[in-house]
Design a protein around this ligand. Structure first.
Ligand code: IPM
Ligand code: MG
Length: 368
């Protein structure tokens, strides 16, 4: 298959992790006879520096005509003082909104070799496997008005959803739960927020269409607590934009490092944007020490969700697992044993663990 992929490396460690993902994708293309054509465009602080805006029109145009988009990370202290509507994060929010990517899938899978890397007890995190389905184009992030008033002495943000916006993301949650263990946890703050009461109403309505899925409602504060005290009680979590943002960072401690988490932002036609959950980490940028696995696993999600390449996606995930099992890890993963490698070497190790390579190596060695 021939696919056009837009790469938006962005800021901080974005460029380095993107190179790692590109190397892995090129290796996949070679092994499975695909052709991936990459085009790089600007976003975030990098775009502010080069074009004076965090989301150039040309970037949006390119993404609109691509098969899928890979994004590194945006933001950094360099742009802390730019006016709010021109911040690097605006680029990210803008591209999600203009592509209509309302469904953000954030799988939180514990790799067994990393359980000791989590600050939580092994018996708590071992075997946890959660999918967070986060609404991505509504809620407090996009509601208007959002402004200072009374000469800066009061402020307003708006949490706004239409019923249709809630319905389509809740459906995604149910669909995911049906394909997994049949258990859906809907997270809200229905004891306080009207938007959450409507959310809960929609979940209960939709539940009638999915009799095979059991639904549990959880208030967001309780969910935050249970996520780290009893994570194995969760399978699919569906929630609104801000709650999903917070809970997904919290859930990353289950995997040992925020650097491990991939994400897919989708709409209904399969077009998607794929990015690691972590940020631009400006403090470690340019040192070849960032963990590329969140980005590489995001590329695997792209193969699965946008290109229907399940086998290739699973091959990347398997090779990542094997690399970790082999003891190779970046500095953020506190493994206490094994070998610390840099960003590009980590990507190379993943490529070395592709099975067709190991098969050909095995053949070679049996002749030696
Ligand atoms: C994320 C990030 C973004 C968000 C920021 C960078 C705007 O935290 O993808 O989780 O809040 O959505
Ligand atoms: Mg976040």
């Amino acid at each position: 298959m021939r696919k056009q992929i837009i790469m938006l490396p962005g800021d901080g460690v974005g460029q380095e992790i993107m190179e790692g993902a590109k190397a892995v994708l090129n290796a996949v293309a070679g092994e499975y006879h695909h052709e991936f054509v990459f085009h790089e465009h600007a976003i975030g602080g990098d775009a502010i520096d080069r074009y004076g805006t965090p989301l150039p029109e040309e970037t949006v145009k390119a993404c609109n005509s691509a098969d899928a988009v890979l994004l590194g990370a945006v933001g950094g202290p360099k742009w802390d003082d730019v006016e709010p509507r021109k911040r690097p994060e605006r680029g990210l929010l803008g591209i999600r909104k203009s592509l209509g990517l309302f469904a953000n899938l954030r799988p939180v899978t514990g790799f067994s070799s990393l359980v000791h890397s989590s600050p939580l007890k092994t018996e708590i995190v071992d075997g946890c496997d959660i999918l967070i389905v986060r609404e991505l184009t509504g809620g407090l992030y996009f509601g208007t008005p959002s402004e200072r008033r009374d000469e800066g002495n009061s402020v307003v943000d708006t949490l706004q959803y239409t019923r249709a916006e809630i319905e389509r993301i809740v459906e995604k949650g149910f669909e995911a739960a049906r394909m997994r263990s049949g258990h859906l946890t809907s997270v809200d703050k229905a004891n306080v927020l009207e938007s959450s009461r409507m959310w809960r109403e929609v979940v209960n309505e939709k539940a009638k269409d999915y009799p095979e899925v059991t639904v549990e409602h959880l208030l967001v504060d309780a969910a935050a607590m249970k996520l780290i005290t009893n994570p194995r009680q969760f399978d699919v979590i569906v929630t609104e934009n801000l709650f999903g943002d917070i809970l997904s960072d919290e859930a990353s401690v289950l995997t040992g490092s925020l650097g491990m988490l991939p994400s897919a932002s989708l709409r209904t036609d399969g077009v998607g944007l794929y990015e690691p959950v972590h940020g631009s980490a400006p403090d470690i940028a340019g040192q070849d020490i960032a963990n590329p696995l969140g980005m590489i696993l995001s590329a695997a999600m792209m193969l699965r969700h946008s290109f229907g390449m399940e086998e290739e996606a699973a091959e990347i995930e398997r090779a990542v697992n094997e690399t970790l099992e082999g003891g190779f890890h970046t500095v953020d993963l506190d493994l206490k044993k094994g070998k610390i490698v840099g960003t590009q070497d980590m990507a190379e190790k993943v490529i070395e663990n592709f099975s067709t390579k190991s098969i050909s190596n095995a053949i070679c060695s049996s002749y030696m």
